[in-house]
Design a protein around this ligand. Structure first.
Ligand SMILES: NC(=O)c1ccc[n+]([C@@H]2O[C@H](COP(=O)([O-])OP(=O)(O)OC[C@H]3O[C@@H](n4cnc5c(N)ncnc54)[C@H](O)[C@@H]3O)[C@@H](O)[C@H]2O)c1
Length: 255
């Protein structure tokens, strides 16, 4: 039975991924702040270390899959928290669990990014470079200074997408596949919170995908399950958009 660790397993996309992988026969080690096999706060270095240690204990040091779904959106209490959870909460788990994945069978890992990672300017933001350099305090201080949650969110998703792609070569040498799934709007509590927010609600409502609707968590989970399966054995280092056509609409010349 494959063993897969899933962050953010208690809600939204992470809960849907947990359900579909359980149905496919995986033993799931969910990681979340509540209602999970491993209770941890991924916004702090200590919480991430505790999460890694607990997962390693529960999987006896051998992991076949890792899916990083935990994240916070633009309504998070602070911009620094967005970077801490969405970038460092993922990169530290990837680093901490790579050794266990290398011992797994057909190991595969996946990061839930976002179509927001392609937002103009994210690449040039100084906080992006600091995240990629591992400077959490510096990156968060810059994010708090900017205080623009949508910029912090886009930068966190751009940086973690780039980090995953940087890992593609060294992880291939260790036999581990790693991909990024970039959803557009998906009907989850995170998305609902942005719709309900006085600052962002109108912009989110007006930004409609060509298919004319938002996605369902189950639709994202089906793609994740495929990418984590051996049917996707040659897909590695890819960023797969699942966004009802949003990315094609906004930047048809980039792919
Ligand atoms: N919903 C969308 O429209 C959308 C679009 C693109 C990308 N995403 C990404 O999808 C991922 C899942 O989001 P969702 O929409 O399912 O949201 P959600 O709020 O339903 O689920 C997020 C989960 O992450 C957990 N989490 C948050 N902070 C945590 C922390 N500090 N420690 C441990 N767990 C923590 C939450 O408890 C929750 O269970 C996120 O990375 C999000 O950025 C969502």
């Amino acid at each position: 039975m494959p063993v897969t660790a899933i962050t953010g397993s208690a809600s939204g996309i992470g809960a849907a991924v947990s359900a579909v992988l359980r149905a496919a026969g995986h033993r799931v080690i969910g990681i979340d702040r509540a209602n999970a096999e491993v209770l941890a706060d991924l916004s702090t270095a200590a919480g991430r270390e505790a999460a890694v240690a607990a997962v390693l204990e529960q999987c006896n040091g051998v992991l076949d899959g890792l899916v990083c779904c935990a994240g916070v959106g633009v309504t998070a209490p602070s911009c620094g928290l967005i970077l801490s959870v969405n970038y460092f909460g993922v990169s530290q788990l990837l680093d901490g669990l790579a050794g266990a994945l290398a011992k797994g069978s057909n190991p595969a890992a996946l990061v839930i990014g976002s179509v927001a990672s392609t937002q103009a300017g994210a690449e040039q933001q100084p906080m992006t470079e600091l995240m990629l350099g591992g400077d959490e305090a510096g990156a968060c201080a810059l994010a708090e200074g900017l205080a623009q949650a949508h910029v912090a969110y886009a930068c966190s998703k751009y940086a973690i997408t780039q980090q995953a792609r940087r890992l593609a070569k060294p992880w291939a040498e260790r036999g581990i596949r790693l991909n990024v799934v970039a959803p557009g709007a998906v009907q989850t509590p995170l998305h609902q919170a942005s719709l309900d927010d006085a600052r962002f609600g109108k912009a989110v409502r007006d930004f409609v995908a060509p298919l004319g609707r938002s996605g369902r968590p189950e639709e994202i989970a089906a793609l994740v399950a495929f990418l984590q399966s051996t049917q996707a054995a040659f897909i590695h280092g890819s960023v797969v958009f699942i966004d009802g056509g949003m990315d094609a609409m906004v930047r048809p010349q980039r792919f």
